[in-house]
Design a protein around this ligand. Structure first.
Ligand code: SF4
Length: 336
């Protein structure tokens, strides 16, 4: 079994008490696995009582109540301090890390919804590293998944070498559109042989399209009210892109491709994965204008929390990719 990860994966360290938006304070449903639940039942004394108070249950299983009583006022987790890493439930232990399993490999990453992960994603040019997992579960190569991962990696390499990210993302949209049906039907030759070319429409960018997309975000589930203000501010100052922050934005584009391209493709939605990366690029470029690096990190993590980490919002957005004119490939290209 191979383990693949971006070069920055091993550098991730939780900021804990220095984090401005501690994930334990976020109003997410945090599932608690059965093993940890049982472990908590066996902890004695005041700590055990507190741990049990931190757990709720319903028809879907166990979850950590909100706000989590184990989170101390200094931002540290009492369960971790008392019981160590093994005392945490799977999600608490893993977040913001994620694992995707394909073919004979596991792919690891850190999610943009965490501000420290966002900092790494935006700072480090993406390259993928491989470790061999000793004693890992042996699995067999899946040719279809292998082909999709090869195409995914070709896209990441193309983006990382880009010196005109707008034209190159447009080119990736056109490339994906042209190969999707064949690849999903098990024909990979064209996709492997075809060179991804930059695509330039030589036309004015469509600020109306960008405004329409931002407008859609207002109608989605909102986690934090300040997100509405941020969107309103961005909508009021939409203008032609000037290339600021292209390097950060292309790393974020790669994050979305790395995380979702294979998963969506195996689900028959290859083009949606590229649209998600492209639309995230467009929205974040608007949010980033005139902002400091620290503010841009905060905005990227907020976007991820509000859109990427909201199951409902992500599902709605991906549905809109199929039905809304503004998300047709040519219309997205007008915004890039
Ligand atoms: S959001 Fe990230 S840095 Fe902050 S507490 Fe959670 S894992 Fe740590």
């Amino acid at each position: 079994m191979r383990v693949i990860m971006p070069n920055y994966y091993k550098k991730f360290v939780c900021k804990a008490e220095r984090c401005r938006d501690n994930c334990c304070k976020t109003d997410w449903r945090i599932e608690l696995d059965e093993d940890t639940y049982k472990k908590y039942q066996g902890v004695s004394g005041e700590l055990g009582e507190k741990l049990r108070l931190a757990v709720g249950s319903d028809g879907d299983g166990y979850y950590i109540v909100h706000p989590c009583p184990m989170l101390r006022s200094d931002g540290l987790c009492e369960a971790y301090l008392s019981l160590g890493n093994e005392g945490l439930g799977y999600i608490c232990r893993m977040h913001p890390r994620f694992i995707n399993s394909y073919s004979d490999r596991e792919e690891l990453g850190v999610g943009l919804a965490c501000e420290e992960a966002a900092r790494l994603i935006m700072t480090e040019p993406m390259s993928l590293e491989t470790d061999e997992m000793i004693g890992g579960e042996v699995s067999f190569k899946d040719d279809h998944a292998e082909a999709i991962l090869k195409i995914r990696n070709k896209i990441i390499d193309f983006v990382m070498a880009s010196d005109d990210i707008g034209k190159d993302i447009s080119g990736i949209l056109k490339y994906t559109q042209s190969i999707e049906a064949e690849v999903l039907g098990g024909q990979y030759k064209t996709a492997f042989e075809k060179i991804i070319l930059p695509y330039d429409r030589h036309e004015e960018k469509s600020c109306e399209n960008i405004a329409e997309v931002i407008e859609k975000l207002f109608d989605m589930e909102i986690l934090d009210n300040s997100w509405t203000e941020i969107l309103r501010g961005a909508k009021e100052k939409i203008k032609e892109p000037n290339g600021d922050f292209d390097e950060e934005l292309k790393r974020i584009f790669c994050y979305f491709i790395y995380r979702y391209f294979a998963e969506y493709s195996l689900d028959g939605q290859m083009l949606s994965a590229v649209k998600l990366a492209a639309v995230s690029f467009i929205i974040l470029r608007e949010l980033f204008k005139g902002r400091s690096f620290d503010e841009r990190i905060n905005l990227a993590h907020m976007y991820s929390k509000e859109i990427e980490y909201s199951e409902e919002n992500l599902e709605n957005l991906c549905f809109d990719f199929f039905v809304d004119k503004v998300f047709e490939v040519e219309e997205i290209i007008k915004m890039i």
